[in-house]
Design a protein. Structure first.
Length: 146
């Protein structure tokens, strides 16, 4: 099973998850996805959110902000749309796109779970030979990783 498949399966198991995708925000190409429905076309929604990510990075650059985006939250009447960039040492410009049912999901836990999945994805990236991202180093100590 590829790292993308593993990460998608893990994210799809987050409580309240309705759909999940890993998307290249430079090209808008979806690398993999789970879920969705006839009323919610993930093949349209996931690459469409590439524009959101590119716009936010563009505004941050114009403002001279030297920070990283942890996540972007879009709140709808019945759904949360969580966008989380995946940072690695490579040139990949990827993000997780997670759609949650508001009645079933715990937003704080979903954000935490997606952060941990993203960190694991980062570690499994063959191009990432630098140190682990500074967020939540305790997690890696618990599971015996770096």
């Amino acid at each position: 099973m590829s790292d993308i498949e593993y990460a998608l399966n893990q994210a799809a198991n987050i409580k309240g998850a309705f759909a999940v995708a890993i998307v290249d925000y430079d090209s808008g190409m979806t690398l993999g996805s789970r879920g969705g429905s006839a009323e919610f076309d993930l093949d349209v929604a996931a690459p469409g959110n590439s524009e959101v990510v590119r716009a936010k990075f563009d505004v941050m650059q114009k403002l001279g902000l030297r920070e990283t985006i942890e996540d972007i939250l879009i709140t709808l009447d019945t759904q949360y749309h969580l966008i989380r960039p995946i940072y690695s040492n490579g040139d990949d410009k990827l993000f997780f796109y997670l759609v949650l049912n508001r009645q079933q999901a715990n937003l704080a836990m979903a954000r935490r779970d997606l952060r941990m999945i993203g960190q694991r994805f980062y570690l499994d990236d063959p191009s990432s030979q630098a140190a682990v991202p500074t967020q939540d180093p305790g997690y890696y100590q618990q599971v015996g990783r770096r």
